[in-house]
Design a protein. Structure first.
Lengths: 377, 234
């Protein structure tokens, strides 16, 4: 206990350096949190399609591992899947790329996601709709667009906005709220219209969305499909999300750039914190020598230093966390929506504690070398 | 009154090696410090006074010979045991006071007790008692920065005696003090010795001579006992 109160005294005594250490911790924590947040946002975008569908199982072309890049299936597979034991319902989904032109003259790419009304199993879900409703997607020329994509998509995604997709007339009738694609903005529509705008033959689909009956588990039905049908692969939706994320991460520079920024934040944090702790220990060398001379053991000194490092880490982390929360709220208004799971936050806390206490090794080593006899000189 | 030896050196000497040069800081020395004595170690600069004090204080090991504290040879002790010895048996007073700067006067005096694992309440009580003994109880919340040299030294003395050590070792405790503080502090030491504390003071300040029970002169590493009457006091 007295180590704790002594540590607090030491911290408060050297205000300038204590602020320095804390800022070092805040900066590294913030950078790490920010990177993880952006990574969370990006991986979220990668699996938007899966998240917004109502399916427990996706049946797709057997060579695809990325939900954003699905090969074509023959429409006959749909009935084959429907005949599998345990399948309650199976719905086709068609994905099509389109080039959109807006009244303002600007252009943008779109990912059209078509599924059957009135329920639109591929999405949008009711809770993700800002203006309009699912039935509005059944109108002539109807597609959806996202509120946060207005900038990219000709300036507005208000319902009623006309546009052309691949040279054919279309109209926004539904505005979604935060349903954003990874490569291109997402536009939901009916299956026929996705084919129409994307020039996809009526014999082709890109996937089959499956829900299972109550007496079968998802795994059983997945096994049934994969054991019975050839040329397709059934995925539990969570597995397909994981596969998508790892496929995209390994084929893009995202993992490397996020990873290297995090490593950079860790290393620079380690040295900023370590050297500031070291320099403040140098200032207090005489005090540590006195403590030793009057009988403090090295273990006391170690506890005193580590307690200071721990306190710095806790305070720095809490401040950084508040800043991250503000950052999260701030960017959420622009559609950059991310969450840091409690586990991620806990992990970050552990890492910050570790680098802060680990980097106090410089200071510890220096103080360990102080001879108690030195105080007589 | 029975004579109880508290600290002894038996043929102890100390050499320092720095690079190629070997410095014989303290030649073979055998002295005994008894309980209740106020002992002065007098001598010019560089004569080996601090070296002798450090030996008695378990801060350094003797190069040759032995040092005993409360009949325990410290040669055989590990670094850790030496720490414990310093904590339990010895109180230190330094020329530059050496209070721990971030801590208040009270916290400084509580330190030796808390390092020994005593609780906050008990330590506080005893520390206030020690501070009262040196007349510093009304400044106990102040950090060293806010205290004068004499006041800091009084706090340092409180810290040195709060643990009830067998031996209080002081290195030039009056060197940075004004005459009035010197008198105050020496009166305290004198009284502590009468109360049975054992005090060794390193100094070259002749004003301290009248307070001493016994005086050793240190010169060029030689230690010899001197009679008080050898010094002319005016
Ligand atoms: N750690 C050390 N390494 C090398 N030489 C030392 C060391 N400590 C002391 N000495 C040398 O030993 C001799 C005695 O030093 P000591 O500090 O005991 O003298 P002192 O009598 O206390 O002097 P002062 O009155 O100036 O404090 C000196 O020559 C000094 O230079
Ligand atoms: Mg000296």
């Amino acid at each position: 206990m007295f180590i704790l109160s002594t540590a607090i005294r030491f911290i408060r005594f050297d205000k300038a350096k204590s602020i320095g250490v804390t800022i070092g911790i805040i900066i590294s924590t913030f950078l790490i949190g920010q990177q993880l947040g952006i990574l969370n946002f990006l991986t979220g975008l990668m699996v938007t399609t899966a998240k917004n569908s109502n399916a427990q199982i996706w049946v797709i072309d057997e060579s695809s591992t990325d939900i954003n890049q699905l090969g074509r299936l023959d429409i006959r597979k749909l009935n084959e899947v429907r005949s599998i034991v345990g399948v309650k319902e199976a719905h086709p989904i068609v994905l099509a790329g389109g080039s959109a032109t807006y009244p303002s003259g600007s252009t943008a790419s779109l990912l059209l996601i078509g599924s059957e009304g009135p329920n639109f199993p591929a999405g949008p879900k009711m809770e993700n709709i800002k203006q309009g409703n699912q039935a509005d997607l059944q109108q002539d020329l109807a597609i959806s667009s996202d509120f946060f994509d207005s900038e990219t998509l000709g300036g507005t995604t208000e319902p009623g906005t006309p546009l052309e997709i691949n040279g054919k007339q279309a109209k926004i009738t539904v505005q979604t709220n935060g349903v954003r694609g990874f490569g291109a903005p997402i536009a939901y529509t009916t299956i026929e219209r996705a084919r129409f705008y994307g020039n996809i033959p009526s014999t082709s689909i890109n996937g089959i969305l499956v829900n299972v009956t109550n007496d079968f588990t998802v795994k059983q039905v997945v096994d049934n499909i994969n054991g019975t049908l050839s040329g397709v692969r059934a995925w539990p939706v969570e597995d397909l999300k994981e596969s998508t994320i790892s496929t995209v991460l390994s084929s893009s520079g995202i993992a490397v750039s996020t990873g290297s920024l995090i490593v950079f934040a860790l290393i620079s944090g380690f040295f900023i914190i370590g050297l500031t702790l070291y320099s403040s220990a140098l200032d207090r060398l005489r005090d540590y020598g006195t403590l030793k001379a009057i009988g403090a053991k090295n273990s006391h000194i170690r506890k005193l230093i580590l307690t200071q490092a721990f306190l710095f880490a806790v305070v720095g982390f809490v401040i950084a966390f508040i800043l991250l929360e503000l950052f999260r709220k701030g960017v959420a208004n622009t559609g950059l929506i991310f969450t840091l799971s409690p586990l991620t936050v806990l992990g970050m806390f552990a890492v910050i504690i570790a680098i802060s206490m680990g980097s106090s090794a410089f200071a510890l080593k220096r103080i360990k070398g102080v001879e108690p006899a030195s105080v007589f000189r | 009154m029975t004579i109880t030896p508290i600290a002894e050196t038996k043929n102890a000497s100390k050499t320092y090696k720095s690079g190629d040069t070997v410095i014989l800081a303290l030649k073979t020395t055998s002295i005994t410090i008894n309980k209740g004595e106020l002992v002065l170690l007098l001598g010019p600069s560089g004569s080996g006074k601090t070296t002798l004090l450090s030996l008695l204080g378990c801060v350094i090991y003797a190069s040759e010979g032995e040092v005993f504290l409360s009949n325990q040879s410290i040669n055989e002790l590990t670094d850790k045991e030496l720490c414990d010895m310093r904590l339990r048996e010895i109180g230190f007073v330094f020329q530059n006071y050496n209070l721990v700067s971030p801590l208040s006067a009270l916290e400084n005096v509580m330190l030796p007790l808390q390092l020994r694992g005593k609780g906050r309440g008990e330590s506080r009580e005893q520390a206030i008692e020690a501070l009262t003994l040196v007349g510093m109880e009304d400044r106990m919340r102040n950090t060293p920065r806010k205290l004068s040299g004499g006041q800091q030294q009084r706090v340092a003395i409180a810290r040195a005696l709060v643990n009830n050590p067998s031996l209080i070792l002081c290195d030039e405790p009056t060197a940075s003090l004004d005459p009035k503080s010197v008198v105050y502090i020496m009166d305290r030491f004198r009284k502590l010795a009468y109360d049975g504390r054992t005090i060794v003071i390193v100094t070259h300040d002749m004003r301290l001579v009248p307070y001493a029970d016994r005086i050793y002169e240190v010169d060029n590493g030689n230690v010899k006992k001197t009679d008080k009457s050898n010094f002319q006091i005016n």
